[in-house]
Design a protein around this ligand. Structure first.
Ligand code: UFG
Length: 342
């Protein structure tokens, strides 16, 4: 039976794909977003893809002035659960402006918890990140791995996991799934929704895609002297549609499972930067000029998930290959060379 789900950050890259998956699974959703790093056009396109209607609230979860409005909207919507993706997510920016990151990411969570309490909603799926593992240098990483995030952004994720765990411990009816994402890439196969970063992309795939489409001249490959097969960094890229399905499964799981689960969402396979570039080149049939640049501060050589816990707990695993990720990412980029701004 469909639930009534709040999706914070539902117009963002991952949120939009989660919203599609929820609607396709028969849930009703209320998206709360302030469009700080997203566009309401994404919501129009989700309605077009799914043939369903989205309830929307434009509001800032971290702004005290919006709090009362959010609480009453969530109560009026009669929400029974939430998927919490709203927050700031740029590593470098978080180092430069740590207080802003702590205030926004943590206050947004408090507002959501207050609104959930007003609606008596008891199930929460949180968008965490493998960044909570920090400078761990041993892959595959399982959920018991060391937790040493190396920047304020990563620490906000870990703090929020901890806050939610404490909250659930104090209320036996409250259930939480902390989902630690590896590297989400790709796009919905329709090419109607995808990643549309503000300004120059920080992450590899959107950067490659903008080079392929001719918006940027060349990729800088950060480091070619890592202890990996070809010297470039290795990551666990996961198709955003697989990732979105994991959220729906996690929400279903919370229907029957008390307490807190913390799960990696990854494929369990690592690919180097050069392997990713080669795969994107095949998928797009475009040249991807690149040059080697110094290592980026805070990067580790290799990071990929042990995804077994999610498989056992949720009966979920990824099905989409790196080639599929590249094909879908390229399809989105080619149809929307300037993102939602077109
Ligand atoms: N890379 C490049 N050139 C670029 C961008 C990235 O060579 O222009 C390399 C990186 O050095 C790394 C790989 O591509 O080896 C992947 O980098 P991303 O920035 O795409 O992803 P990260 O693994 O660094 O980032 C992820 C999440 C962040 C999180 C971070 C913590 O996307 O949200 O892990 O380490 F904070």
């Amino acid at each position: 039976m469909g639930g009534r789900v709040i999706v914070t950050g539902g117009a963002g890259y991952i949120g939009a794909h989660v919203s599609v998956a929820l609607l396709n699974a028969g849930h009703e959703i209320l998206v709360i977003d302030n469009y700080a790093n997203s566009s309401p056009v994404a919501l129009d396109r989700i309605e077009e893809i799914t043939g369903r209607t989205i309830a929307r609230l434009e509001a800032n979860l971290a702004d005290a002035e919006d709090r009362a409005r959010i609480v009453s909207a969530v109560r009026d919507f009669n929400a029974d659960s939430a998927i919490h993706l709203a927050g700031l997510k740029a590593v470098g920016e978080s180092v430069a402006e740590p207080m802003r990151y702590y205030q926004i990411n943590i206050d947004a969570t408090f507002t959501l918890l207050e609104a959930m309490a007003a609606a008596d909603a008891k199930r929460l799926v949180f968008s965490s990140s493998a960044t909570v593992y920090g400078d761990i240098n041993k892959s595959p990483i399982d959920e018991s791995g060391g937790l040493r995030p190396t920047n304020p952004y990563g620490r906000t994720k870990l703090f929020i996991e901890t806050i939610l765990t404490d909250h659930a411990a104090a209320d036996p009816d409250f259930q939480v799934a902390n989902l630690r994402y590896f590297n989400p890439v790709g796009a919905h196969p329709s090419g109607r929704i995808g990643e549309d970063p503000n300004g120059p992309p920080n992450n590899l795939f959107p950067y490659i895609a903008q080079v392929a489409v001719g918006r940027r001249e060349k990729l800088n490959v950060f480091g070619n002297d890592y202890p990996t097969t070809d010297g470039t960094g290795v990551r666990d890229y996961i198709h955003v549609v697989d990732l979105a399905d994991g959220h729906v499964r996690a929400l279903d799981h919370l229907n029957s499972a008390p307490g807190v689960v913390t799960l990696n969402l990854g494929t369990g396979e690592g690919y180097s930067v050069l392997e990713a570039v080669a795969a994107f080149k095949r998928a797009s049939n475009r040249e991807i000029p690149f040059e080697f640049a110094p290592r980026r501060d805070g990067d580790v050589a290799t990071m990929f998930a042990n995804p077994k816990a999610a498989a056992q707990t949720l009966g979920w695993k990824t099905t989409r290959s790196l080639d599929q990720m590249c094909a879908d990412h390229w399809n989105w980029q080619q149809q929307n060379p300037n993102g939602y701004g077109d």
